[in-house]
Design a protein around this ligand. Structure first.
Ligand code: ATP
Ligand code: MG
Length: 242
C-alpha cells in the first residue's frame, strides 16, 4: 500500500509550516521573484529525498527537469556533503533532463515517467514550470492554446504523483506587473503565472520572498491541511537551512 511521505526542505522552520515537508502523491509549487531560492531549494530537495525517512528523506531516486539551464552538479556535491552522503552516488540517483522548449518538456516528462515504473523514484522536480510555455506562446492570441498544453502537462504530473507515490515539486515565476491583476494577487501583490489551470493543479502553493539581509521568507498560500503561516530560511553552501 502507498503511504504519503514528506520530504524535508532542509530548514526545520520551513518544514514546520508544511507539516514535515513536501508531500508525495501530490503537486507542490513554490513561486517568487528571482534569487529567492527556488532553484537552491530544488537542489536541496534532490539530495534530501534520498536520505532515510527518519532524517526527512524518502529513500528514493529523483528526476529533475530543468527548463532554465540552472542545474549545477557542484551544488549537489556540496549539499550531499552536508548530509554525509557520497557525492557521486547522490548525483547518480538524480536523473537530469534539460528541456529546450515546451513540447520537449512534455516529451521528457513522458520519458521519466517510464523510469518510475520499475524504479523507486520519490521526487520529480520541474524548475521552472512556466518558463518555456511563456517563451513558446506569446501574447493574448496564443493564451488559449498555451493553457490547453499546460493542462495536458499538469494532468500527466497529477497522474504520475499518485500512481508512483512521487512528490512533484515545481517552481514558478511571478507576474512582472502585479498591479495588473491585483484582484487575484497574493501577499505583497506577487502573483504566480499560469492562471487558474496551474492554481487548480497545485495542491500546495508557497510564496518565497527575500527578507532582511540574507534571510528568505516562505509563506503558505494554499494548502489542503496547513494554515497560512510564514517561516524564514537561509541559503548556505549546504543548501537550504535555518
Ligand atoms: P530565479 O527566479 O532567477 O530562477 P531562484 O529563486 O531560482 O531565482 P536561486 O538561484 O535558487 O534563485 O537562488 C539564488 C540565491 O542563492 C542567490 O542569492 C545566491 O547568492 C544564493 N546562493 C547560491 N549558491 C549559494 C551558496 N553556495 N551559498 C550561499 N548562497 C548561495
Ligand atoms: Mg531558478
Amino acid at each position: 500500500r502507498k503511504r504519503v511521505l514528506k520530504i524535508s526542505t532542509g530548514s526545520k522552520q520551513f518544514d514546520a509550516i508544511l507539516g514535515g515537508g513536501f508531500a508525495t502523491m501530490s503537486i507542490s509549487e513554490v513561486f517568487g521573484e528571482f534569487r529567492c531560492g527556488k532553484t537552491q531549494l530544488s537542489h536541496t530537495m534532490s539530495v534530501i529525498a534520498q536520505l532515510p525517512k527518519d532524517l526527512g528523506g524518502a529513500e528514493g531516486k529523483v528526476a529533475f527537469i530543468d527548463t532554465e539551464g540552472t542545474f549545477r552538479p557542484e551544488r549537489i556535491t556540496q549539499i550531499a556533503e552536508r548530509f554525509g552522503l557520497d557525492p557521486e552516488q547522490t548525483l547518480e540517483n538524480i536523473t537530469y533532463a534539460r528541456a529546450v522548449n515546451s513540447e520537449h518538456q512534455m516529451e521528457l516528462l513522458n520519458k521519466v515517467a517510464e523510469y518510475f515504473v520499475n524504479n523507486e523514484y520519490r521526487l520529480l522536480i520541474i524548475d521552472s514550470i512556466m518558463a518555456l510555455f511563456r517563451v513558446d506562446y506569446v501574447g493574448r492570441g496564443e493564451l488559449n492554446e498555451r493553457q490547453q498544453k499546460l493542462n495536458q502537462f499538469l494532468s500527466k504530473l497529477t497522474h504520475v504523483a499518485e500512481e508512483f507515490n512521487v512528490a512533484v515539486f515545481m517552481t514558478n515565476q511571478v507576474q512582472s506587473d502585479p498591479g495588473a491583476s491585483a484582484l487575484f494577487a497574493g501577499a505583497d501583490g506577487r502573483k504566480p503565472v499560469g492562471g487558474h489551470i496551474l492554481a487548480h493543479a497545485s495542491a500546495t502553493r508557497i510564496l518565497l520572498r527575500k527578507g532582511r539581509g540574507e534571510e528568505r521568507v516562505a509563506k503558505i498560500q494554499d494548502s489542503p491541511d496547513m494554515p497560512e503561516k510564514e517561516a524564514t530560511y537561509i541559503i548556505t553552501n549546504g543548501g537550504i537551512n535555518d
